[in-house]
Design a protein around this ligand. Structure first.
Ligand code: SAH
Ligand code: AVI
Length: 363
């Protein structure tokens, strides 16, 4: 492994738990914390539980890239955007004038934090937590309403452990149990012992296709108890011009974010992608109501992925799909949730009606 910026960094070696093959570790000096996150007073340090097997990234990036580059049309899954550089670029995207979702969701969170705190969660899990920046608005309200444990859950270990460390300083009365894990594989491995609220913010559910969303919700619900809640951020269908601009900003930050996936593959699999020979493109697919991000090959070219023993031909103009970002309306969302066994209780939007935050409860 070369650079220190892959999603799971090597700064902190996981300590394997021999019974599970997983790795509960503490952020300081790698001692085993093994605390019961549901009881007792909070620790001075966060628990950082590494659920990913040590070869997780090697195995899954190989499988994903091998499959994606040999399919027609070619595609890559968005999970590989988020090495340290990708996470930083995403953070810059959230501040761009064209990228409204983060600001809009934050507006709703500020307005509804009291309502959400009234739900009375004792354990609050956030899937794909990233910087947990917006979440602090909720934590401020929830700590006074019985919240005992916050579980940020993300594949990006570097970002997650930095955030977990500052969260324990900011919220001394809260237990922080961070999980380095994949929501497509490790759902339900979080602490038990109280009412759960699972948050999935930012519209990340829209990065899954309909089949993946169905599987994701079914798996999630199978780990929830009646009365547990799902707090879900979803971007809404709107004028395609605004949507395309949000994914193709004037400064080119989204283009760098998209092209970064080629750098990740070059580093991790010894490939020789030349990012200057690809162009970022955002397309609104009306039928599927989603933005599709592509990398278009600018020339006829051959790319070698040494670790996979793979040579891949790209024709000039050939498009490779790197991300979908689905946009919803209330009726469709409510239907999808209800098919999964979740009853929509609240559907809040920002004043402009751009973004929705919903609270649904397992029946
Ligand atoms: N929730 C934050 C961050 C969204 S960016 C916000 O609203 O701003 C998407 C986040 O999901 C990234 O931090 C990325 O590392 C994480 N992520 C992507 N795929 C994941 C997966 N399969 N399992 C866990 N986390 C994932
Ligand atoms: C993380 N996810 C919700 C973002 C989105 O809007 O689909 C990722 C992103 N891709 C380009 N810009 C932002």
């Amino acid at each position: 492994m070369s650079g220190g910026s892959r999603p799971m960094s090597t700064e902190m070696e996981p300590i394997l738990n021999p019974t599970t093959g997983c790795s509960p570790t503490s952020a300081d000096a790698g001692t085993v914390a093994g605390t019961d996150a549901g009881a007792g007073s909070p620790d001075a340090n966060p628990t950082i539980e590494v659920r990913l097997a040590p070869d997780f990234f090697d195995r899954s990036i190989r499988a994903d890239v091998g499959r994606g580059l040999t399919s027609t049309p070619k595609e890559l899954p968005p999970k590989w955007f988020y090495d340290d550089r990708g996470s930083e670029l995403f953070d810059r995207i959230t501040r761009l004038p064209e990228y409204y979702p983060t600001r809009r969701e934050w507006e709703i969170l500020r307005r509804e934090a009291g309502h959400i705190a009234d739900f009375g969660a004792e354990i609050f899990i956030e899937l794909g937590s990233g910087t947990s920046e917006k979440t602090r608005t909720l934590l401020d309200a929830m700590v006074g309403s019985g919240l005992r444990t916050y579980v940020p859950f993300d594949v990006s270990e570097g970002m997650l452990s930095r955030q977990a460390r500052s969260l324990v300083d900011e919220y001394p009365d809260l237990r922080v149990h961070a999980m380095v894990a994949d929501f497509e594989h490790h759902m339900g491995t979080w602490p038990s012992g109280g009412r759960h609220l699972v948050a999935f913010l930012g519209g990340t559910i829209g990065n899954l296709d309909p089949g993946e969303r169905k599987e994701f919700l079914a798996e999630l619900v199978s780990h929830m108890a009646p009365g547990d809640g799902l707090l879900l951020g979803t971007d809404l269908i709107k004028d395609p011009g605004r949507l395309v601009a949000a994914y193709d900003d004037a400064e080119g930050v989204t283009a760098s974010f998209n092209l970064n996936v080629l750098r990740v593959i070059n580093r991790e699999l010894h490939a020789d992608f030349d990012p200057d020979r690809f162009a970022h493109r955002a397309h609104w697919n009306t039928a599927e109501h989603r933005i599709e991000m592509y990398l278009d090959s600018l020339v006829d070219q051959r790319v070698t992925v040494r670790d996979l023993g793979l040579e891949v031909e790209f024709a000039a103009g050939e498009a490779m799909l790197t991300e979908i970002s689905t946009k919803f309306d209330r009726a469709e969302l409510s239907e999808e949730l209800s098919r999964a066994g979740l009853r929509l209780e609240h559907f809040w939007t920002d004043d402009a009606g751009d973004f929705a935050l919903s609270l649904s409860v397992m029946t």
